[in-house]
Write a protein that binds this ligand. Structure first.
Ligand SMILES: Nc1nc2c(c(=O)[nH]1)N[C@H]1C(S)=C(S)[C@@H](COP(=O)(O)O)O[C@H]1N2
Ligand SMILES: [Mo]
Length: 317
């Protein structure tokens, strides 16, 4: 099996704008980044040198385990789904620019022996941050390859000790309508909620992401902490999490509440089951011209197909 967890190092450049410097320094100060010196020389993301005063853009020639190049930083931070800010993908970045991401806490509770509210600094210190290059497949049939920095959700859940009654994990995005104008829309049941079965949450692929390209994650991508579940459609990967709750009942989710026939609870990427309004057989990789076939479980079947043994996946869309 190919190694999915090949860590790409955080870029080590001295060339950094002041604005980026402060956020990155705070991030680096708190985080213990799993970086190997050998990898640094092998495939270090580099910084494109720009004229003075220009914003340096991190670049990388890293690939995922299948050889797909990572998307550009501009694509990843400029084309976003984040309905709390806008339903227009290009408008999310400018509208979320001043979103307050510090101080930030994540409350972890419900059916656990040791409920705890973690400050963001605690999470960055307690759990060593590693790089994971994952494909992200949106249910709308576009995709990207993103080099995340983060830590396994399992490590956090183990710390709070789920009880034997815990079967699911529920996640909640911050509710702050004064800063997130989209939350004023009556069309959606705010706050955004998502859920996983406990064994899905404990799978090694499931991470809480705190960075992209070795930079602290930006508001448009779900700062300061968001879920990433790479074998499921992108809407499962809930952003800007303030609450994680272990439950015995399957949690409601925003998209499943709005349209259960279009957005299933499981939402595993599956080219054989079309969305009621479009095909899921292929996808458009952002930055590429031609479409490519979509892979079952987004190409992560070896790691996760066993979670669904005996389930009819055509009914669990
Ligand atoms: N809170 C919240 N989380 C969210 C969304 C959202 O609108 N609100 N959009 C989801 C969808 S549909 C996708 S495809 C991914 C997009 O993540 P990205 O913008 O970082 O690429 O975030 C998911 N997480
Ligand atoms: Mo999506």
């Amino acid at each position: 099996m190919t190694n999915l967890f090949k860590s790409i190092p955080v870029r080590s450049s001295e060339i950094t704008s002041k604005k980026a410097y402060f956020s990155r320094r705070d991030f680096m100060k708190a985080a213990t980044i799993a970086t190997s010196a050998a990898l640094l020389t092998a495939c270090a993301p580099s910084v494109t040198e720009l004229p003075q005063n220009a914003e340096p853009v991190p670049t990388s020639n890293a690939t995922d385990e299948l050889g797909n190049p990572v998307n550009t930083y501009d694509d990843i931070i400029g084309y976003n789904n984040y309905y709390e800010f806008s339903t227009n993908k290009e408008a999310v970045a400018p509208l979320s620019k001043n979103f307050t991401t510090a101080p930030w806490t994540v409350e972890v509770g419900g059916l656990v022996n040791k409920p705890k509210t973690f400050g963001m600094e605690d999470l960055l210190k307690l759990f060593s941050q590693e790089e994971r290059i994952y494909r992200l497949r949106c249910v709308e049939a576009w995709s990207m390859v993103i080099p995340w920095t983060g830590f396994s959700l399992a490590s956090l859940l183990k710390m709070v000790e789920p009880t034997s009654a815990a079967k699911y994990v529920r996640f909640e995005t911050v509710y702050r309508p004064e800063e997130m104008k989209g939350q004023g829309s009556p069309l959606y049941p705010w706050p955004y909620q998502e859920g996983l079965r406990l064994d899905e949450a404990m799978n090694e692929l499931t991470i809480l992401a705190t960075g992209i390209y070795g930079e602290a994650i930006l508001p448009q991508n779900g700062a300061p902490i968001r879920l990433v579940v790479p074998w499921k459609y992108g809407f499962k990967s809930i952003k800007s999490i303030v609450k994680i709750e272990l439950t015995s009942e399957r949690p409601n989710t925003l998209w499943n509440t709005i349209g259960s026939n279009e957005y299933g609870f499981y939402a595993n990427v599956n080219p054989e089951v079309d969305h009621p309004r479009w095909s899921q057989a292929s996808e458009r990789r952002i930055g590429e011209l031609s479409r490519r076939p979509t892979e079952k479980f987004n190409g992560y079947g070896e790691q996760v197909a066993h979670l669904y043994d005996g389930m009819d996946l055509t009914l669990q869309y």
